[in-house]
Design a protein around this ligand. Structure first.
Ligand code: SAM
Length: 205
């Protein structure tokens, strides 16, 4: 990015009300507000739950969830980027494609699978819409494939995807494994972004 373009992005980003709110609330990213909005509508989180946050860096979703599940809850955050420590959150540094990382998640769960598996994970973007959609869908398939090892029967799965040809097929696949599936576009998600969040409730293995 050229210096002038990067300055333009920075000025726009720092004017963003969600960025300012995130700074005020000590969240590491504005993404926390997308999750908060979905939670407000869907009533996902409550004390005592076990949550697995896939693709969690820098950690604002985990920060939000860690507050919601206390007392008695557990939160595990995983990313291939390092995540700075968060109160009440266990961390795994590694790639979700690596079976050794999945084994570490299972060890952490210790036979008590998650009430919710949540994912805001995104591949490195190329800027080519069709490629980014395909990469996102491939990542989405990898992550839903982790449900048998991580999510309890009856649990919920929330995942970010991109609008596009692959989305409808993905939603249909989720319907085979979840009692209900809905798509949400929170106001905190920029209109210019193709991201949407898909929520599957009631995992039936
Ligand atoms: C948009 S960020 C997540 C933001 C986070 N929800 C928050 O609120 O701070 C997407 C993350 O997905 C992670 N990611 C993508 N593919 C991954 C993979 N295969 N394994 C682990 N992390 C992955 C990226 O490293 C990146 O940190």
């Amino acid at each position: 990015m050229s210096r002038s373009r990067s300055r333009g992005w920075f000025q726009k980003h720092s004017r963003d009300t969600y960025v300012r709110q995130a700074q005020a609330a000590n969240y590491r990213a504005r993404s926390a507000f997308k999750l908060a909005e979905i939670d407000e509508r869907e009533k996902l989180f409550r004390p005592g739950q076990t949550i697995v946050d896939l693709g969690a860096a820098p950690g604002s979703w985990s920060q939000y969830v860690a507050e919601k599940v206390q007392p008695g809850g557990r939160v595990l955050a995983i990313d291939r980027l390092e995540i700075k420590p968060i109160d009440g959150v266990s961390l795994i540094h590694g790639d979700l494609e690596d079976p050794a990382v999945v084994e570490k998640i299972r060890d952490w769960l210790a036979g008590r699978p998650a009430d919710l598996v949540i994912s805001d994970a995104a591949p490195n973007l190329t800027g080519i819409a069709v490629t980014d959609q395909a990469n996102m869908a491939a990542l989405g398939r990898l992550l839903v494939g982790l449900c048998p090892a991580t999510l309890k029967p009856g649990g919920h799965f929330l995942i970010k995807l991109f609008q596009g040809d692959e989305l409808a097929a993905y939603v249909e696949e989720l319907r085979e494994h979840f009692r209900t599936v809905v798509t949400r576009k929170p106001a905190a998600s920029k209109d210019t972004s193709r991201e949407v969040y898909v929520l599957g409730r009631g995992y039936n293995v």
